[in-house]
Each structure stands twice: as structure tokens, then as C-alpha cells.
Design a protein around this ligand. Sequence first.
Ligand code: BJW
Ligand code: ZN
Length: 229
Amino acid sequence: MLTGAGVSAESGVPTFRGGGDTEIWTWRGKHITELSSAEMMAADPKLVWEWFDYRRGMLTTIEPNPGHFALARWEHRFEDFALITQNIDDLHRAAGSMNVLELHGNTWRARCLGCASTFEARECPLEESPPRCLACGGPARPDVVLFGELLPDGVFERAEEAAGRADLFFMIGTSGVVFPAAGLPRTAKRKRARVIEVNPEMTDISFIADFTILGKAGEVLPQFLKARG
Ligand code: BJW
Ligand code: ZN
């Protein structure tokens, strides 16, 4: 399973590029490619924290939806199951998913700019911005993957390995424009997996899918559980 922002849309989390009548993240008139970028992190880390604090604040009132819960239940139904997400909102885990490969990090974690250690930072709003590293006292940044940054060590390799051994690969609620995540369905397809897309709209990666189920994740995914009895 590869999920994107669309799986959280029915919980009320805005998406990055719209689709399916979703709200899009906007903040102070700036676009996410500008705000969530390595360049902005270097130029103005305080601003990046403010942007994340705004989003973290929104997330504190948000709950997982039936799409997240269906995926959490699937984990227990299949012997070999992998959930790969591009989302940083932690809603898969909140719904009960245990093993989640987070390609783009997690908004509730911070990473020290000095010693690189990571720690939970659930306080919202933060008492001190940027928060201080618990190990060395240095300033920390959100532990997420911004545009132009590398994915965390090992996580993409594990995702690619899972995609490569999949019989069935679902791409759910993603526009499929951001790499390297958008390469995963291609890997699965090359290794002869059946690829199923769940999205209210056709996307840039629909051509890879054997079937596109045009619908909302929170409505379509629970139907699979019913169909399987
Ligand atoms: C529903 C629904 C409902 C609505 N149910 N569905 C190859 C070619 C060209 C460029 C590149 C390339 N390789 C790398 C790049 C550069 C770049 C990139 O891909 N750019 C593209 C935009 C072209 N990639 C990177 O920079 C990556 N790093 C990297 O490759 O490192 C090497 C490198 C180093 C230096 C220079 C260049 C390369 C890192 C990418 C990190 C992405 N980070 C973000 C922000 C995270 C932090 C934050 O949140 O602020 O991650 S960007 C943003 O997009 C976020 C998402 O995870 C990601 C994907 O978006 P997603 O999930 O697909 O959401 P949307 O909004 O796009 O789509 C929502 C979908 O849901 C829509 O289809 C709706 O229809 C649907 N939907 N309601 C189901 N109810
Ligand atoms: Zn440190």
C-alpha cells in the first residue's frame, strides 16, 4: 500500500495539490514548494517552524477516518503486508497501523541540526522555537523530508523491496508526482504486481494501474474488507 495526502483528506487534512474537492494547504500566500524546501530551511528555520506549528495545531483536532482504519485492519489479515506512506501526519498509527514506512518523516518528531538525533516533539504550540535537542541542547528542525532533501537512510530501500515482492500494489490518495515515491508503483508493475489505484480523480500515475477505482479512500477501502468477508 502506498498512501498520500488523499487518504487523510476525509479527516480534514488539506492536500498539497488538490483533487477530489479537497482543500489545499495555503499559508501566508506562500506555496508549499517554497515553504517546505531545503532552501527555506537554510534561510529561515523559524519561519519553517511557524509553518509546521500552524499545521501541527490543525492536526491536534483531527482523527483518522474509515480509510485509515481499514488499512490498519488489513495489516492483520495478510501475512506479508507493507504500508508505505508519504504522509507526515501520523494518522495511520493513530488508527492502529503498527508497521508504517514513513517516506517523508513525521511532523511530531524533531531532528537536531547539530548531532542529528531525533526526538518526539508533541508540544503544540512549542514552548521554545526552534525546540532544543534533548541530547546536546542544539536547535532542532522538523524531522520531515523537504523538497530537495534526501529520504531517511534505508526507508526507501525497504519500500522498494516491499514493492518489488508485491503481488498486489495499491496506490491510494496520491497524485504520484513526487519522486522517489512515485517510482514505487513502477517498481511493483515491473515485477508483475497487479496495481490498483484508489482516487476520486485520474492522476499522473493512473496509466500504471490495472484498475483505477474512482472514489474516496474512506468509502472505497472499507468495502474491500466487506468483500473479503
Ligand atoms: C483523494 C481523496 C480521497 C483527494 N480519497 N484520494 C525526478 C523527476 C523530477 C523531479 C524529481 C525527481 N526526483 C526527485 C525530484 C525532485 C523532487 C520532486 O519529486 N519534485 C516533483 C514535484 C517533480 N523530489 C525531492 O526533492 C525528494 N528528494 C529527492 O529526490 O532527493 C534527491 C534530490 C536531492 C536534491 C535535489 C533533487 C533531488 C523529496 C521529496 C519530499 C517531498 N516532501 C513533501 C513535503 C513534506 C513536508 C511537508 O509536508 O511540508 O511531501 S512535498 C508533498 O508532496 C508532501 C507529500 O508527501 C508529497 C506527495 O503528495 P501527495 O501525497 O501525492 O498529495 P497530493 O496533494 O499531491 O495529491 C493528493 C491526491 O489525493 C490527489 O490525487 C487527489 O485527487 C487525491 N484525493 N481526496 C482518495 N478522499
Ligand atoms: Zn543534538
